[in-house]
Design a protein. Structure first.
Length: 201
């Protein structure tokens, strides 16, 4: 059975509260990805990227969370006001038990980060940096999609920090996200290089 979710109140909520409420409303075995994204659209790209970064920590899910992140990052760079997903991706379903399990581990950390974030270093949150964030997310999402051991963890964490900084207009968090992204990309491309070398040798 696939459970669909209607859009609730658009009232501004902390990300941790919103995610907790969305997950508490879920029942059944699976939920449509499009239904989850619908509840996050009013948080713009930042909220959706946060959720995608958490989903990317689940095994077997990155095969479509990666392409989704790439599509949305391109939209972000093109100046879209809200994220739009193709129907074929909206109709993908996710196991609710697995989703709640990863949420139980990550939401406490989100709550801790929320106590620290605030609008600051606004010069780092302008349109040019937003495009750079989109480019970074595209590169990180490619790594997330690759079927290599542990290749999803650090890129997913990087996307999480970039998304949180984008959502809260926190330039410091964006800088931290960019730093982690650089490390993730360096390690990721090194893993790809070693993998190719192993195959060809």
């Amino acid at each position: 059975m696939t459970h669909d979710v209607g859009e609730n109140s658009l009232k501004k909520e902390r990300t941790s509260v919103l995610l907790t409420r969305i997950l508490a409303d879920l029942s059944g075995e699976k939920v449509l990805l499009g239904a989850l994204m619908l509840q996050l659209r009013h948080r713009s790209f930042g909220g959706v990227f946060i959720f995608l970064s958490l989903l990317s920590l689940l095994p077997g899910v990155t095969i479509f969370t990666g392409p989704i992140a790439i599509i949305l990052a391109i939209q972000l760079m093109l100046g879209f006001k809200a994220p739009l997903l193709p129907r074929v991706l909206r109709e993908r379903s996710i196991n609710i038990i697995s989703l709640k399990a990863i949420a139980e581990k990550t939401i406490p950390w989100i709550i801790k980060i929320e106590k620290l974030v605030k609008p600051r270093w606004l010069i780092v949150t302008g349109p040019a940096v937003t495009k750079l964030v989109g480019l970074l997310v595209i590169s990180l999402a490619v790594l997330v999609t690759l079927p290599l051991p542990f290749s999803n963890f650090l890129p997913a964490i990087s996307i999480f920090f970039l998304a949180f900084g984008l959502l809260e207009r926190d330039g410091l968090l964006l800088v931290i996200g960019m730093f982690i992204s650089a490390i993730a990309l360096l390690i990721g491309f090194l893993m790809v290089y070693l993998f190719i070398e192993t195959i060809m040798s």
